[in-house]
Design a protein around this ligand. Structure first.
Ligand code: TRP
Length: 342
């Protein structure tokens, strides 16, 4: 096999990313992930996976998991993801993820896993009560990526350490099984600060669907009144808005609202600073409400329309899974052979 002979990977470039189907989708998911995924399908072969197996590492109500999986699929499509071009599917439909994750559980070292900061944060003070799946989560994530020999992984800052673990696993597998260049060493593509959306109540915290306060986020299902109310009450500081990036230092709320504006308007932050510099937060909030409604309501309406036909959504996922299997199956056949499974 020529791949094994080559020291470095020389297969095609491929993009893989995953989003968990849990809770409601926020403006943060849209600007930070989905919008970027949609843009990448222009230039790359992409797989976008709804990671339902990752979701159950913490308890998920089964019917809610089903609903959230369909809603995320619908939202992707409503945001412009083309399921004929990119491969859109849910993880549990393709058994390669679970199978490769087991092999990787045996490649990864306890010491590597114990360094994962997200596990420490999520398991909190009661580590012994966390699921084993939550601890093994990053090995499953490595399997997601490497079952397709993906080379590029767009993720948020908080997932960078997990992609680094996937790099370590790929290299150790290649080495242990004497298969240099078999798995690529995947590159994380980290989102810029401009698309990192922070909480409306605290500019230092990420906007999150799991924040107990609904006022901290804009959901993709919020109507005009809810958007207006949340932005009107969003945290600010007493000063007028700065006219340049330097003036944003130590002002996380101003940075956040201006960045959201820039991302929604597809403008550079400097342009937005130039426009709002010297003006009051109130002006920015009004303009931002209008812009958010204009950009978000077509997505909300289209998501709702698509959710009206769950059968059609399930068919799209099955279709995507079939195309995903076509890529993963030969990789798994090679993995079994390399490991020595008869
Ligand atoms: N762990 C990621 C998150 O919570 C989701 C994810 C699962 C993922 N598998 C992946 C992201 C593979 C990138 C590649 O955000």
């Amino acid at each position: 096999m020529s791949d094994e002979a080559a020291v470095s990977y020389n297969g095609p470039e491929r993009v893989f990313s995953g989003v968990q189907p849990s809770g409601n989708l926020t403006l943060g998911n849209y600007l930070g992930a989905i919008k970027r995924f949609v843009a990448m399908q222009e230039s790359h072969d992409c797989l976008y996976c709804i990671v339902d197996m990752h979701a159950i590492t913490v308890w998920q109500d089964p019917s809610e998991l089903t609903r959230a999986t369909r809603e995320l699929t619908a939202a992707y499509i409503a945001c412009g993801l083309d399921p004929a071009r990119s491969i859109l599917f849910n993880q549990s439909k393709v058994t390669a993820h679970a199978e490769l994750a087991w092999v990787f559980n045996c490649v990864a070292r306890m010491g590597w896993m114990e360094r994962m900061t997200q596990f420490k944060e999520k398991s909190g003070k009661h580590k012994e009560r966390a699921s084993l799946g939550l601890f093994a989560y990053p090995a499953l994530m490595a399997a997601d990526i490497l079952a397709y020999k993906a080379t590029h992984v767009p993720v948020g800052d908080d997932q960078k350490q997990h992609v680094e673990l996937a790099r370590d696993i790929a290299q150790k597998f290649n080495q242990d099984y004497n298969a240099q260049g078999f798995f690529p060493v995947p590159e994380p593509i980290i989102q810029g600060v401009a698309t990192k959306v922070m909480s409306l109540r605290d500019g230092a915290k990420k906007m999150s669907k799991s924040d107990p306060s609904d006022m901290s986020r804009i959901n993709l299902t919020d109507d005009t009144d809810a958007i207006a109310k949340k932005l009107r009450r969003a945290k600010t500081d007493p000063d007028e808005l700065p006219a340049d990036a330097k003036g944003l230092e130590g002002r996380p709320e101003a940075r956040n609202l201006l960045s959201i504006y820039a991302a929604l308007a597809d403008e550079e932050l400097v342009t937005v600073l130039d426009h709002f510099g010297g003006r009051q937060f109130r002006d920015l909030k009004e303009a931002l409400t209008e812009l958010t409604v204009v950009k978000i309501s077509p997505i909300t309406e289209e998501t709702r329309r698509l959710m009206g036909d769950p059968g059609a959504i399930d068919k799209i996922l099955e279709d995507g899974a079939e195309r995903a299997r076509a890529i993963a199956d030969p990789v798994m056949a090679d993995v079994r052979r390399l490991v020595g499974f008869v």
